[in-house]
Design a protein. Structure first.
Length: 430
């Protein structure tokens, strides 16, 4: 029989050595949480997520990298389902929108528009729809048929806008917006309110009416899918809206032209500048056309009759245009010849009447009774106008000039004069 007492010293040394190498964990009373070994943390997770009996039976389970990937929590970004494809989303939308509501159909496909309302990098799907028991009424060929406006029994439908999320592999209705009752659908478009930025954005729905058309604007500001503002714009014989940045500040503006009858004036046209104030479009400024244009022509006449060429040029012409022609070497009188189209009467301007306002008797402009501006270019609306210059000796001239109502009719100058044929007049004046 072996006497263990002889070897007790060696056993003591061996145990002390193994403990120092970490091979034996010496338990403490109430160890701190940050001192728990990795195995005990893993063990707590397993016990919480599996049957305790199984855990105690098999002990801690060590997972390989492959096992870890397979058991990653479903909320992990690595396992987040991909967004639905457009085609798959449209298939599901057909099932989602149920009778009597129906999506608008174009060539057997759902009409839609996409936009990232929530600014999360994933676009939402916008689908117009109507309420109708007859599915054929939802076809674009029927809805956009303009002739239906002139039938005995016009059909009106309640229009909707559905906004769907396709994030995380599922279709979800984020908002349903009622657009009111309309008869003939025309178009659906989107555009940004600020140049070069996608937010805020306008979804515009265009409908034809017997009087003209109506635009229904929905203004969205990220990340909301509820409209920040709504606006109705009519386009009829007496009311028209011009949408553009008129003051070059980057923001879209609305110039609303409204034609009304005014005693003593005729058919006056008022312009209302609707400006975005970061929440809605407000009436910012108002002016008129007919009264202001008659006043402008009266002051041009007064300046001409006074013989003050400098005053006439500064009031009647665009300063930028005058500066351009001055740099070309034209004198004030030559600029007048060119702008008023008088070179055809006096050649280069050095003929019998070098100063066209010498011995002048009268300047006659026609009275303006209605808005004459219907043609437009990059500078604004313009109209060609003939007028008469009469001299004391009986000579009478009938030159032509362009009158521009500038792009921003609320600026320092609402109207300016411009030559009818710029190049021809300037060549003759040189």
């Amino acid at each position: 029989m072996i006497d263990l007492r002889k070897y007790s010293y060696f056993f003591f040394i061996l145990i002390f050595f193994l403990a120092g190498q970490g091979c034996i964990n010496v338990p403490r009373e109430n160890p701190r949480e940050d001192e728990k070994p990795a195995e005990s943390l893993l063990w707590d997770e397993i016990v919480n997520n599996t049957d305790k009996g199984e855990a105690q039976k098999h002990g801690p389970i060590l997972m390989s990298d492959d096992d870890k990937d397979d058991n990653t929590d479903d909320e992990s970004p690595l396992n987040t389902p991909a967004p639905l494809s457009i085609n798959e989303a449209l298939k599901q939308i057909r099932k989602f929108i149920t009778s009597p509501e129906r999506p608008v159909i174009n060539n057997n496909s759902i009409l839609y528009l996409i936009h990232d309302f929530t600014s999360d990098g994933i676009e939402e799907i916008c689908v117009p729809g109507i309420k109708s028991e007859n599915k054929e009424n939802a076809r674009i060929e029927f809805l956009s048929d303009y002739s239906r406006l002139f039938t005995e029994k016009k059909e009106f439908f309640t229009f909707f806008l559905y906004i769907f999320s396709i994030n995380e592999g599922t279709l979800r209705l984020m908002n349903k917006i009622k657009l009111g009752e309309q008869s003939v659908y025309k178009s659906m478009t989107k555009f940004s309110l600020y140049k070069g930025k996608s937010d805020p954005v306008v979804l515009s729905f265009h409908f034809n009416t017997q009087e003209g058309s109506i635009q229904h604007w929905l203004v969205f500001k990220s990340p909301a899918v509820k409209p920040l503002s709504q606006l109705l714009l009519s386009d009829t014989f007496s009311c028209k809206a011009l949408v553009e940045d008129i003051d070059n500040d980057g923001w879209i503006d609305i110039n609303l032209f409204e034609r009304v009858m005014e005693e003593g004036i005729g058919c006056e046209t008022f312009i209302t500048w609707k400006k975005w104030n970061k929440k809605e479009f407000i009436d910012f400024k108002t002016t008129n056309i007919v009264r202001n244009l008659n006043n402008f022509l009266f002051k041009v006449k007064e300046s001409g009759l006074s013989g003050d060429v400098t005053k006439l040029i500064s009031y009647s012409f665009d300063p930028g245009e005058v500066q351009k022609y001055t740099k070309m070497g034209l004198s004030e009188m030559e600029i007048l010849y060119a702008f008023f189209g008088l070179t055809k009467y006096f050649g280069s301007g050095h003929g019998e009447r070098f100063n066209i306002f010498e011995d002048i008797h009268e300047i006659i402009f026609p009275e303006i009774l209605d808005n004459p501006f219907y043609i437009r270019d990059e500078k604004g609306f313009y109209v060609k106008l003939s007028f008469r210059i009469m001299y004391s000796d009986g000579v009478s001239l009938i030159p032509e000039v362009l009158i521009y109502m500038l792009k921003n009719p609320f600026g320092k100058q609402q109207f300016v004069l411009f030559p009818v044929t710029v190049n021809d007049n300037l060549q003759r004046a040189e």
